[in-house]
Design a protein around this ligand. Structure first.
Ligand code: UDP
Length: 325
């Protein structure tokens, strides 16, 4: 198979590229390096089945040429990270909406399959956990910038499903639940790399809000496996799937303590109000737990890496090269 990965120099995209190359596929990466990095794909450059272009998905001639060459597009290019979204809302909305519009329009010309990476953020403030794909999405008001990310991704989903319904474009939508692992940077606010770095440096571990909000963290290679299988499966076309880890829901306060213990850090765990951490009036998602029934039934997906192991692998990644901390 020949695959294009938009955002392929990002954290998740680079792991996906690695997995596809390992199984013998030819991989093209299109990435503008806005949040991705060349270092993430450095080790793949020497493989003759690996190709990359540093450009935006909205550069039509470049995107068209690459989409023409492949059988499937993994559309991962997006603005990611709550910090980035709060700080650059215009860029978030434009990147997420225009990029997906472009990919779907071009893929539709020759009916190339598109897997759109969406996010569990679309469930918004819903407390109806575990979140099922058919559940209502509960967004906050438009005055609160955080929800622009969820809404822009929801529009991506609507558009992809509309292309499927109206133009018979084969699309698959994957809603990802807090993916973590090596190569993820804390720069855009993600909690696990932030806590691990803080603990290793002996800095305060910063829990935002009261720390009672909870998440389920998924190891990146579990996510990669779960992206590849539906992309290969005819039964997935036109469907939305949750991809996550339902084995353990952890509060952010407990996560901070776990990171402190596993790094044997002397760091103190401190709480920071949301308005200081992000912006005045910031709203968080209280809980985020996936219902994985649909993807389990389709491809027998099972998350394999548990939270303690996930944390140990991220800690090993940062400690193996001091420059990363
Ligand atoms: N968070 C935190 N300290 C940090 C970074 C994040 O307490 O240094 C919290 C954040 O407010 C949220 C959770 O950790 O409740 C997960 O944040 P992340 O940005 O990783 O992902 P989200 O689930 O919000 O998309």
């Amino acid at each position: 198979m020949k695959a294009l990965i938009t955002g392929g120099a990002g954290f998740l995209g680079s792991h996906l590229a690695e997995a596809l190359i390992a199984r013998g596929d030819t991989v093209y990466v299109l990435d503008n390096l806005s949040t991705g990095s060349i270092e993430n794909i450095e080790h793949l450059k020497s493989d003759r089945r690996f190709h990359y272009a540093i450009d935006s998905v909205t550069n039509e001639p470049v995107a068209a040429e690459l989409i023409d060459r492949v059988d499937v597009v993994f559309h991962l290019a997006a603005a990611v990270g709550v910090r980035l979204i709060v700080e650059s809302p215009v860029n978030t909305i434009e990147t997420n909406v225009h990029g997906t519009e472009m990919v779907l329009k071009l893929a539709n010309k020759k009916k190339k399959k598109v897997l759109v990476a969406s996010t569990s953020e679309v469930y918004g403030k819903s407390e109806d956990v575990p979140f099922h794909e058919e559940a209502d999405l509960v967004m906050g008001p438009t005055s609160k910038g955080r929800w622009s990310y969820a809404c822009s991704k929801a529009i991506d989903e609507f558009l992809a499903l509309a292309y499927h319904k109206e133009k018979h474009l084969p699309v698959v939508i994957a809603r990802l639940f807090n993916t973590v692992g090596p190569r993820q940077t804390g720069r855009y606010g993600m909690v696990v790399p932030n806590f691990v770095k803080q603990a290793l440096l002996g800095h305060p571990i910063t829990v935002y809000g009261d720390g009672e909000q909870s998440r389920c963290f998924t190891y990146v290679t579990d996510v990669v496996g779960a992206l590849v299988k539906p992309a290969d499966h005819e039964g997935a076309v036109g469907q939305v799937f949750n991809i996550g880890n339902d084995r353990e829901e952890v509060t952010i306060r407990a996560l901070a303590q776990r990171v402190k213990e596993r790094t044997k850090s002397a760091s103190e765990v401190v709480t920071i109000p949301y308005d200081k951490a992000y912006e005045s009036g910031f709203e968080d998602m209280p809980r985020r737990v996936p219902d994985l029934g649909k993807i389990r039934a389709l491809v027998g997906y099972e998350p394999g890496v548990h939270l303690d192991e996930i944390l140990d692998r991220v800690i090993a990644y940062f400690t193996s090269d001091k420059a990363r901390v």
